[in-house]
Design a protein around this ligand. Structure first.
Ligand code: ZN
Length: 168
């Protein structure tokens, strides 16, 4: 079980936070007043300028020494073909994919994931697609394949609970 004494409030925290992103970083970077003119989006999909295609998915990173994963509720970027294939599959109640994808959010505590390849794997209806990261030396990929060190999970927990500064 995940449990540690917080350096910010000294309480024992026993739950892994879930960090979520309401939209892809590229949409958030568009000034709010211009978004409607350039993009359309729902809770699960987003298109910007008719040429950037995104879907919401779930990245689970195992935490070393804990039976639970650290869950990121985030966005990936897909090709136009993959995006419409995914939408069509959802309409027909199928899973579709897997699809090649790029991560579309910078995760706190990690270097930018630009260039980190991934696969989005849709699941049976009702659950979010899962993200599988290609093996690489990127710290996020290392954590995905080998487990997130307990210390990083604790730092992320303090960040989520108290906006604590994350070590790099
Ligand atoms: Zn705390």
């Amino acid at each position: 079980m995940f449990r540690f004494q917080c350096s910010q409030c000294e309480a024992w925290h026993e739950e892994l936070p879930r960090i979520g992103f309401a939209m892809p970083d590229n949409l958030r970077n568009i000034p709010a007043g211009l978004r409607d003119g350039r993009a359309w989006w729902s809770d699960d999909v987003c298109v910007i300028d008719n040429r950037q295609f995104y879907a919401r998915a779930r990245l689970e990173i195992p935490v070393s020494g804990s039976g639970e994963p650290f869950v990121w509720d985030m966005w990936v970027s897909l090709s136009e073909k993959s995006f419409y294939d995914y939408l069509g599959a959802v309409d027909r109640g199928r899973a579709g994919g897997p699809y090649f994808s790029w991560l579309a959010n910078v995760l706190p505590g990690y270097p930018t994931p630009i260039g980190l390849k991934s696969q989005m794997r849709p699941q049976a209806s009702g659950t979010k697609p899962m993200i599988v990261l290609e093996r690489s030396r990127h710290p996020l990929s290392v954590d995905f394949h080998e487990g997130m060190p307990q210390q990083r999970a604790e730092a992320l927990c303090e960040f989520a609970q108290h906006r604590a500064i994350l070590p790099h």
